[in-house]
Design a protein around this ligand. Structure first.
Ligand code: SAH
Length: 243
């Protein structure tokens, strides 16, 4: 859902091969919304050829007469640039830029802009952006091929989206897999064993136990993991009894 609100905007692309390769890079990473601002040659057999199996993305590409038209309904616009030309622009690295886009896409359409092959994004185009993303590269040769830059950022967006959905999906089960009652029993058992083996000083038990509780609470244990830990404690107690 979030990815369908993310559009890739190529501003005045001149090489049809780059447009086709962009469509392919996007489809590999589940992005489908391609916007082309005054492309030099489009449609073109070369673009279709380079798109390989992603010609559906090309067919649905929205051709716009101006950048304003391409981004008019977007509430977040991020530009891409090989070098920072204006110091006042906040510049993010690719993972941070991708996270912002994915978060923003939850509220409505967002855009990631790519510049023309030779000139990049012009200053007046950069003026439309909330922030910039730069792909770190060799300081002497930092300008990537247009479709190569799209591929790297599409991949980061794909990853950011996966991480985002994984954290919301796992938050609930992690929090409630083991009841607080069971956790408390485990902490009592742990304290007992730590005293038996002489690791915990009963004169000052609180500090160590609090740290251990924080550690295990952070881990978000499930029932299986709890059973393993309880099994280890019981085995230690049995061994202690024998020695
Ligand atoms: N000479 C131009 C290069 C344009 S390359 C310039 O200096 O801007 C075409 C487009 O690819 C750029 O406008 C940008 O959208 C993207 N791109 C190329 N290298 C990049 C990099 N290192 N980081 C972010 N985007 C890059």
């Amino acid at each position: 859902m979030a990815l369908s609100n993310i559009r890739i905007v190529l501003v005045h692309p001149t090489h049809p091969g780059n447009v086709g390769a962009t469509a392919r890079a996007m489809k590999n990473m589940s992005l489908r919304r391609l916007y082309l601002v005054t492309p030099e040659k489009f449609p073109s057999p070369e673009a279709t050829d380079r798109a390989a199996g992603a010609d559906d993305v090309l067919e649905k590409a929205v051709i716009c007469p101006s950048l304003e038209e391409a981004i008019k309904d977007c509430h977040l616009v991020i530009g891409t640039t090989a070098r920072s030309r204006r110091i006042e622009w906040p510049t993010l690295d690719p993972p941070a830029g991708a996270r912002r886009l994915v978060e923003g896409a939850g509220q409505g359409p967002v855009a990631l802009l790519f510049g023309q092959e030779r000139t990049g994004l012009l200053n007046e185009e950069l003026d439309r952006c909330h922030c910039m993303v730069t792909i770190p590269a060799d300081s002497e040769y930092s300008s990537l091929n247009l479709a190569g830059a799209v591929q790297i950022l599409a991949y980061e967006i794909y990853r950011a989206n996966l991480t985002g959905s994984a954290s919301t999906e796992t938050a609930e089960p992690l929090g409630c897999a083991v009841s607080q009652e069971d956790m408390l029993r485990f902490y009592q058992h742990l304290e007992e064993v730590l005293q038996q083996i002489g690791f915990l000083d009963p004169a000052n038990p609180r500090f160590l136990m609090r740290r251990l509780m924080r550690l295990f609470n952070r881990a978000g244990l499930d029932d299986n993991e709890m059973n393993i830990l309880r099994g280890i404690l019981t085995t230690i107690q049995k061994r202690q009894g024998k020695s």
